[in-house]
Write a new protein. Structure first.
Length: 323
């Protein structure tokens, strides 16, 4: 998955802290137990000596299987003796061992040359925490999307805003359930407070759980950071061009609130076009109606969105105001 470098680095740092913590705790237990049970110290020395002997055997030529089996047998006998001694004195049988957070990979993050499941879960949680800092991710789920706030009275086409919202909700659930790195693009349209951001973040929740990277931001904040990056002002950037273009899912919220300029227009086109060419899904939310959108943006942007995005239009009254 195309996580940001900072996400990978945070995961590596966390794994290092886990290993260090496990080692320090094991040393602490050893310092407590060995003075009380001097027999254990002798067993530990014998085990270490056996380990060295086994290592040396691999440098000897000839048949070493018999001696190797003898040393392994002696090691198993000593380990059994050590466990029995610990249990007899009220300790856990593994009290002197390093007890890793993940016993599968020993907190290295990899097992048999492949990324361990604990590493993958750690990356997901870091990605989720990153999104939480800028968006109400935990509050915006499919379960908390309440269609009762949409008017029940049918419109001219015979469909009520509530029924329409329910259809869109169902469609978004299906989209999230089948989400992958090449899912279709979506565009939410509708007035303020109609749940566009809520639904996009509900999709983000599912995508993150599946292990996909997600970047969420308003068009104003993203374009502002990309402009600063373009001019070399790279301090405190939340968004960088490479990450915006290559993340598994980009949510571009509040399109139309950015400061209108040639740069912003070129930037929006580059984001939309590049991600279409790479077949990477983007979700756009805008308060514009279709006619306003066509008037505000140039034909290249309008054409790319019209040809490559599924449009979902929410109607009704500002839910935030009603609540």
């Amino acid at each position: 998955m195309a996580y940001k470098n900072t996400v990978y680095q945070k995961a590596i740092n966390t794994l290092e802290r886990r290993r260090e913590k496990a080692t320090l705790e094991a040393n602490s237990r050893m310092e407590e137990i060995l003075p009380k049970l001097p027999e254990l110290e002798e067993i530990q020395k014998k085990l270490s000596a056996i380990g060295i002997s086994i290592s040396k055997l691999f440098f000897h030529e000839g048949n070493r299987e018999e001696e190797l089996n003898r040393l392994r047998g002696a090691s198993l006998a000593l380990q059994k003796q050590k466990k029995e001694l610990l249990i007899k004195n009220g300790y856990d049988e593994n009290a002197l061992s390093i007890q890793y957070y993940c016993p599968v990979c020993s907190d290295t993050g990899y097992y048999n040359g492949r990324m361990c499941s604990c590493h993958r879960e750690l990356l997901k949680e870091i990605e989720r925490d990153s999104l939480r800092k800028i968006a109400p991710l935990d509050d915006c789920t499919f379960e908390t999307f309440d269609t009762r706030y949409y008017p029940e009275k049918a419109m001219e086409n015979g469909v009520s805003p509530r029924e329409k919202a329910q259809r869109i909700l169902n469609s978004c659930r299906g989209y999230a359930q089948t989400f992958n790195a090449h899912s279709p693009n979506l565009m939410f349209m509708g007035g303020t407070g109609l749940g566009k951001t809520h639904l996009s973040l509900a999709i983000a929740n599912v995508a993150v759980n599946k292990g996909y990277s997600v970047i969420y931001g308003t068009s104003q904040n993203i374009i502002s950071d990309l402009q600063n990056e373009n001019f070399g002002r790279t301090d405190d950037l939340r968004y960088e061009e490479y990450d915006v273009l290559h993340t598994d899912l980009l949510i571009l919220d509040d399109l139309g609130t950015e400061f209108s300029s040639k740069f912003s227009e070129a930037c929006i086109y580059n984001i939309i076009n590049t991600r279409i060419l790479q077949k990477k899904p983007t979700i756009i939310c805008t308060n514009y109606e279709h006619g306003d959108f066509v008037r505000e943006y140039n034909q290249r942007i309008v054409s790319r969105i019209a040809g490559e995005y599924s449009t979902l239009i929410l109607e009704g009254n500002d839910i935030r105001y009603i609540k």
